[in-house]
Write a protein that binds this ligand. Structure first.
Ligand SMILES: NC(=O)c1ccc[n+]([C@@H]2O[C@H](COP(=O)([O-])OP(=O)(O)OC[C@H]3O[C@@H](n4cnc5c(N)ncnc54)[C@H](O)[C@@H]3O)[C@@H](O)[C@H]2O)c1
Length: 371
């Protein structure tokens, strides 16, 4: 089996702090690397020995690539992904995969045309609690699922880098950044019901106070920084068949503590995941029971996502991707995210119409959770 050649496009925080260590743990290295910031290219080249470029198009033209990570600001994801696919590479796109539905669909289309894989960086799926919960739910332990909700709430967590806070690069704020993870998680856990409408709300409360409300990733806040995008978002999403979902996220807010929590409710049981625990709640003989695993192993979720991705490439087998987030699943995520912004703007519920075929594919791609 010839070795897999890997390129990274965008060499900032997530590429160097999460993806690089993940592939190294798997015994791989970065062969080619691109950033518009030449200083970043130099230091990445020194660290990894990769061949550096400052223009991704030049790299795609010159090199024979098997796998490409796209970790640039959001607005470039889709264009780069489509070009990389056309050049015959499999793509691993950081979230959100695109900033509008049309571009997200173009990625799915490009991947079909060249028979390559396009996956999205929702690595939270590989967290032990989430993966265990997903298996419990997909194997029927909750009965019919009718409600799911997710919270990612930070007190002082505006990511103070242009990638996240400049509208021209990020397009949106907390919703594209962290509601994308929350919605992916809830769709993954609840098995891709078909969304039919969204009522969303976004708000920019701390944009002029980045020094006070910023976090240290991907770099400490600089004086005078302004966050041009929203730092709060919430949405109620309705699904075909009557189920509902609520999501609330904040980069910054006056909450007592930071919180990441997911709850999925079914007619025969419920799942609750928070920062440190996973609980399964059910009833037996009219008595409530709460079960939790006695220990929660720490999993490097980036490594697990890369393991699936590289294994599927090596064996040319799409089924081996499961449960990594696929481009089809990413389109559904982006459709909901874009609708949150639209609904907030017009102050009304927005109807959405995702093609049935896409939803069926999204469900099929999670088949491994049932086995
Ligand atoms: N999965 C996760 O949990 C997670 C976490 C953090 C970031 N992300 C995503 O990863 C992406 C990057 O985030 P980051 O934290 O690394 O940001 P960052 O600002 O640290 O890095 C982005 C890099 O992209 C480079 N860049 C900009 N335009 C480019 C272009 N056209 N071609 C090549 N390089 C270009 C920048 O110079 C910078 O080095 C974002 O889309 C973000 O949403 C995902």
């Amino acid at each position: 089996m010839p070795r897999i050649s890997i390129a990274f496009i965008g060499l900032g925080g997530i590429a160097s702090q999460a993806h690089l260590p993940a592939i190294k743990e798997l015994g791989f290295n970065v062969d080619f690397c691109v950033d518009v910031d030449e200083q970043r290219v130099r230091s990445f080249t020194e660290k990894t020995g990769c061949k550096g470029y400052s223009d991704y198009k030049e790299m795609l033209e010159n090199e024979n690539l098997d796998a490409v990570l796209i970790a640039t600001p959001n607005i470039f994801h889709a264009t780069i992904a489509v070009e990389a696919l056309k050049n015959g590479a499999h793509v691993y796109i950081e979230k959100p995969m695109a900033t509008n539905i049309e571009e997200a669909l173009k990625i799915v289309d490009a991947a079909y045309r060249v028979s390559k894989f396009a996956v999205v960086g929702h690595n939270g799926r590989f967290d032990y609690k989430a993966h265990t919960a997903a298996k419990l739910i997909h194997r029927g332990n909750l009965g019919r699922v009718y409600h799911a909700r997710g919270f990612i709430l930070r007190q002082r967590g505006i990511p103070p880098a242009p990638t996240f806070i400049k509208k021209s690069l990020a397009k949106g704020g907390a919703v594209y950044d962290i509601a994308s993870h929350a919605i992916d998680m809830l769709l993954y856990l609840s098995g891709y019901p078909k969304p039919v409408s969204v009522k969303g709300f976004t708000y920019r409360a701390f944009g002029d106070r980045v020094e006070e409300f910023g976090m240290s990733y991907p770099q400490p806040p600089q004086p005078g920084m302004v966050c041009e995008v929203e730092d709060f978002g919430s949405a109620y999403i309705s699904f075909d068949g009557g189920a509902g979902m609520y999501v609330e996220v904040s980069w910054a807010s006056y909450v007592k503590e930071n919180k990441v929590e997911y709850i999925v409710l079914g007619e025969r049981g419920g799942i609750q995941i928070d920062g440190t625990s996973l609980s399964y709640v059910t009833s037996l003989e009219r008595e409530f029971f709460v079960a939790s695993p006695p220990s929660i192993p720490q999993v490097n979720s980036y490594r697990e996502a890369w393991r699936r991705f590289l294994n599927a490439i090596e064996n040319n087998d799409e089924a081996l991707l499961c449960p990594i987030a696929t481009a089809e699943q990413g389109v559904i995520d982006v459709t909901i995210l874009a609708s949150i912004y639209e609904s907030s703007l017009i102050g009304k519920e927005v109807k959405i119409d995702v093609p049935n075929k896409l939803v069926e594919r999204a469900r099929e791609q999670l088949k491994c959770l049932k086995l």
